[in-house]
Ligand binder design. Structure first.
Ligand code: LLP
Length: 431
């Protein structure tokens, strides 16, 4: 199920490094990434487009996991970058990420965010709403500088993993509606502005998607609009950005497609539309987040207390929880785990892995078969690389965990563990 090796000692290995040694060296909870898996995923996307002879940008959606080290790897792997805030843009600048390959997203970009993007000459702003158009035009006039933009549209397709809901009137906080002419109005406003270059359209239909039909439907919707813009305004999109959302395996119920399949289907579908409407083939941009980093990481926890309720359940508590992985509490997300120091042992127990927060909902995994679990065992939860550290928080004033990158047997600390001073660093006294 998971992509990692087990050592002769029966220890889980990540990136050629013994996770039990890592737990001793850096403490727990600990996010451990195998960088070679990140590279493998990045290359699968980039190479597929290259091999099929299509101009593309694969922009890593840094919301999934943003850190200087991560963005350095993304840069090495020739990815572009999707940022959604000043903080993510700041991190990208700190990582010396080429600014012309950065795209700025957001449904409520502030004046400061847009100005920071403009001053740093980022590659593209994905325009989301009319208020943003006002801010953007004001800032571009002030700086007398040009900016490429994509228009974010809601194509009326919302993908909930396996099924697709088509709504005539999209109920989403993001982007311009295609259905009621908002996108046309936005196009007119943007295209008449001297400092703005409309490069094309953007849409993102959802996350953790396992099928390609939703993308195909979205492409049809986008081309319905592009067809009319060609006729009425003689406009052709140079870029089509289809967002991210490609699903990964968390448990054996998940069956993701190979990453290459998504790219291939997108290209085929766009080719058909382009031919049908006699258009030039646009550059294809995608924004995978989860599928680049998700399964490249495990979180290591130390087992502490255990509570057995006879005939009902055995709770095993670990030293992290919803502070380092909010997804089970927030989305009832399912994960798989093993005992990293007993990786070859037979499963003889069924336990539920509880977090340490003062909240009943702080459960990482319900009812999972594991070998006999004892205090000080190290539990490794798989596929925690996306929206794990990124959504970690200080609930109960827990310091944030550390992050280690491993590759070819070498480990490197890339985010330090917080201490209690960090937790209280912005507090001021009152009396
Ligand atoms: N592009 C846009 C415009 C997005 O909104 C997102 C994710 C992505 C790309 C990347 O999607 P991915 O390839 O990672 O699925 N916190 C949630 C996921 C929220 C995703 C938000 N947008 C979770 O933990 O499942």
């Amino acid at each position: 199920l998971h992509p990692f090796k087990i050592s002769e000692k029966g220890h889980l290995m990540v990136g050629g490094v013994d996770t039990i040694d890592l737990a001793k060296k850096y403490g727990t909870p600990l996010f451990v990434y195998d960088v070679s898996i990140i590279r493998k995923h990045a290359r699968a996307y980039v190479d597929t487009f290259k091999e099929l002879g299509v101009k593309a940008q694969v922009a890593y959606a840094s919301k999934a996991f943003s850190s200087i080290a991560m963005l350095q790897v993304a840069k090495q792997e020739n990815l572009s970058l999707d940022v959604v805030s000043q903080g993510e843009l700041y991190t990208a600048l700190q990582a010396d990420f080429p600014t012309e390959k950065i795209h700025l997203h957001g449904n409520n970009k502030s004046y400061q965010e847009i100005e920071m993007a403009v001053e740093n000459k980022i590659g593209c702003i994905v325009v989301d709403n009319f208020y943003e158009i006002e801010l953007l035009t004001e800032i571009l006039e002030k700086h007398e500088t040009k900016m490429d933009v994509l228009i974010r549209v809601t194509p009326g397709i919302e993908a909930h993993t396996h099924d697709y809901i088509l709504t005539g009137n999209e109920d989403s906080k993001f982007g311009f509606d295609l259905a009621n002419g908002q996108a046309d109005k936005a196009f007119l406003k943007l295209s008449e502005h001297k400092w703005i270059n409309v490069k094309g359209l953007h849409c993102h239909i959802g996350s953790q998607i396992f099928e390609t039909d939703g993308f195909v439907m979205a492409i049809h919707r986008l081309f319905d609009t592009l067809k009319s813009w060609k006729k009425v305004y003689d406009f052709q999109a140079q870029v089509l950005n289809l967002g991210g959302g490609f699903g990964i395996r968390y448990t054996d119920h998940d069956e993701p497609l190979p990453l290459e399949n998504y790219a291939t289907v997108l290209i085929e579908e766009i080719s058909k539309e382009v031919k049908k409407h006699d258009m030039t083939f646009p550059e294809i941009w995608i924004e995978p987040g989860r599928s680049i980093v998700g399964d490249a990481c495990v979180t290591l926890y130390s087992v502490g207390s255990t509570k057995e309720i006879p005939g009902i359940r055995k709770y095993v508590s670990v030293d992290g929880g919803m502070t380092d992985n909010l997804r089970p509490a927030l989305y009832q997300a399912k994960y798989d785990a093993i005992i990293a120091n007993k990786a070859n042992n037979q499963n003889e127990d069924e336990v539920s892995i509880a977090g340490k927060c003062c909240e009943s909902g702080d459960m990482l995994i319900w009812d999972i078969p594991l070998p006999n679990v004892e205090a000080n065992d190290i539990i490794a939860v798989f596929s925690t690389g996306a929206y794990g550290y990124a959504m970690s928080n200080h609930y109960n004033r827990f310091p944030k965990a550390a992050v280690v990158f491993c590759e070819e047997g070498i480990d490197k600390l890339v985010i330090k563990r917080e201490d209690y001073q960090d937790v209280a660093k912005n507090d001021l006294t009152y009396v």
